[in-house]
Design a protein around this ligand. Structure first.
Ligand SMILES: [Zn+2]
Length: 332
């Protein structure tokens, strides 16, 4: 392949090593609202970026947009990786409830590979983000890693024994639905007592609204104003003001996350837990330290070298992880 490339495009080929594993790859983070694509070099740096809205005309229009994003990046990539908000198996997106019109399983890898003329690898977006943090962020060097995405909902992914772990059906790492209170609060998944029901930002907002409707005083709703969601910034402002309800809801979220992290550590004997997503990144390591302290109460075995740390790649975790997926860098 390298020889053929050199003949076809000598200038581009001259700039890159022909050693195995060198070159550049495209990483794509297909979100519910935006497609973020990056050209990632061998040092795992994002050297080009494209961001476009996700078309709402169904899978074919999204495929078009993905192919255009790859073309728009230019360069001379060796492959494409895509993180998708849904259940993925062998290049097929089996379910993606947040994508409009994706009501049937969709073969994403095959058609996209034909469109762009490159190998394409696809996996779940939370898992791909954890891969990014493992390969180039806060999880570098881990062998047994849980990654947690603490945002509107709560996602997760696992590295076990030095390998990205997908489980029997590709569904591993659904950390948001670890149960922390049997028959507890209602979760968006239709079940009860999941950690997301206490710590997901959408559920934290719902709890705040219910409390205010029941007569509690809080600045949260005023601070939100006309914003469609109670963002991490709104929570930060309320906490700065010493808002009692905001403090109480965040305390409960931290306790719930601590119970779930502690349970995961007891089950899997993890050496690293990386926590990212809007809330973790807004408040940083001090908030993650609180989750770590809440988790430690549940540890059966105190791991002397265990680290619970905030994610470092921010929004780039998805594209960097997708590029790692593209180059097959998922173990070792
Ligand atoms: Zn749930």
């Amino acid at each position: 392949l390298a020889e053929a490339d050199r003949r076809r495009n000598p200038a581009a080929a001259a700039g890159r090593s022909t050693a195995a594993g060198r070159g550049s790859w495209v990483g794509i983070d297909l979100g519910a609202t935006n497609i973020a694509a990056g050209l990632i070099d061998e040092a795992q740096q994002v050297v080009e970026r494209v961001k476009v809205p996700v078309p709402t005309g169904g899978p074919d229009t999204v495929l078009d947009a993905l192919a255009e994003a790859v073309d728009g990046l230019g360069g001379d990539p060796l492959g494409v990786g895509v993180g998708v908000p849904g259940q993925v198996r062998e290049g097929w997106v089996l379910a993606a409830p947040n994508l409009v019109g994706w009501d049937e399983p969709v073969d994403l890898a095959g058609p996209l590979a034909r469109r762009v003329g490159l190998p394409v690898a696809v996996d779940n977006d939370a898992t791909v983000g954890v891969l990014g943090e493992w390969r180039a962020g806060a999880g570098v060097g881990a062998a047994h890693l849980l990654g947690v995405w603490w945002g509107t909902g709560i996602g997760g992914g696992l590295v076990l024994d030095g390998r990205l772990y997908r489980g029997a059906t590709g569904g591993a790492g659904e950390f948001g639905h670890v149960v922390v209170a049997r028959d507890g609060a209602a979760c968006g998944c239709g079940r009860h007592g999941c950690v997301e029901a206490y710590a997901g930002r959408a559920n934290m907002e719902r709890r705040a609204r219910e409390a205010v409707a029941a007569g509690r005083r809080s600045a949260l709703l005023d601070l939100q104003g006309t914003k469609p969601r109670m963002t991490s910034g709104v929570w930060a402002k309320a906490l700065d003001k010493g808002d009692d309800l905001a403090i109480e809801i965040l305390d409960e979220a931290v306790a719930a996350l601590g119970a779930a992290v502690g349970s995961a550590v007891n089950l899997l004997d993890l050496d690293h837990v990386v926590i990212g997503g809007g809330l973790a990144e807004k408040f940083g390591q001090p908030l993650v330290d609180r989750v770590a302290a809440a988790a430690r109460r549940h540890y059966l075995v105190e791991g002397l070298t265990r680290q619970v740390v905030v994610a470092t790649l921010g929004d780039d975790a998805g594209v960097v992880g997708a590029a790692a997926l593209a180059r097959g860098d998922t173990e070792g």
